[in-house]
Design a binder for this molecule. Structure first.
Ligand SMILES: [Zn+2]
Length: 287
């Protein structure tokens, strides 16, 4: 049995702050799940994040409060946390009502990581990405949509179909295992994913019969499941690679996208009718 953890990065809406939407499936064999989970937990504990959800986008960003605290790096974890939270309380008191709401959200999402400097947070994410890169029995399936080259289509549905088909093909061609989709608990997509998956079970996707994936997607709490967090890390790395040309995290996980001999099949850079010559499109044979 393989568990395929789905996660997305960016938004489907056009004209938003992201110009790519990425849906990614991170497939792990059940037989090695336990040792992988233990490895990730050990790594997280090293950075004081044992029971914390690693959310890459929130971890990777700059926390300006850390810069105004004198000798922040020389403080211990507890002192750093206290100093950041103190500075944040002051900032909230000073902020206007409109800005306050945004700050609060930002502070809430990053609170678990404030004891780490930006370079320590990057080091943690790098170690996690390297770990993923070293897991030779993991396969990644991903659809990355360049929204500026596409009409306002149903991005989620198209990407989901692509990922499900690729996962099913992998199970058929490379293994004699069945697969199960696992999705971060998200009320807005839960009902839809379930309905679409039922339809695939009845009539297949546009591309193939779905006979190796069982059940409708199961929903888990990403706070409690490290594998969803790794899926999030990979989705973030892929989106940033296409959007900003950031190679660092992407290069560490790149070898885990599914390949059919020499051809990259586990990652599609979807640009519609527009030809793209990026290295992923060349590797995929689309260029
Ligand atoms: Zn491309």
């Amino acid at each position: 049995m393989y568990f395929c953890y789905l996660d997305e990065s960016g938004v489907v809406e056009h004209g938003a702050s992201t110009d790519h939407f990425v849906l990614l499936g991170f497939a792990v064999p059940a037989a090695t799940w336990k040792q992988k989970d233990a490895q990730v937990n050990l790594l997280k504990a090293k950075y004081g994040l044992r029971d914390v959800e690693v959310h890459t986008a929130w971890m990777a960003r700059d926390y300006p409060e850390q810069k105004v605290i004198p000798s922040f790096e020389s403080l211990n974890w507890e002192e750093r946390r206290k100093a950041v939270l103190g500075t944040r309380t002051l900032n909230l008191a000073r902020a206007t009502r409109k800005f306050n709401k945004e700050l609060l959200k930002n502070y809430r999402k990053t609170e678990a990581y404030v004891h780490l400097t930006r370079s320590e947070r990057a080091a943690c994410l790098t170690e996690l990405a390297k770990t993923v890169g070293g897991w030779t029995d993991v396969r990644i399936f991903c659809d990355a949509h360049s929204k500026q080259h596409l009409e306002d289509i149903d991005h989620f549905r198209i990407a989901f179909e692509q990922v499900v088909t690729r996962f099913n093909t992998y199970l058929t061609v490379a293994t004699d295992h069945l697969g199960l989709l696992v999705q971060d608990n998200n009320q807005t997509v839960a009902r839809r994913l379930t309905d679409v998956m039922r339809m695939y079970h009845r009539q297949g996707t546009l591309w193939s019969k779905i006979d190796k994936i069982v059940e409708t997607p199961l929903f888990v709490d990403s706070e409690l499941t490290s594998m969803v967090q790794l899926s999030d890390l990979c989705a973030y790395a892929t989106r940033r690679y296409f959007e900003k040309g950031e190679k660092h995290f992407f290069s560490l996980i790149r070898n885990r996208f599914d390949r059919n001999k020499d051809k990259l099949v586990g990652l599609r850079h979807f640009t519609g009718k527009t030809k793209c010559q990026c290295d992923v499109c060349v590797d995929h044979g689309r260029a």
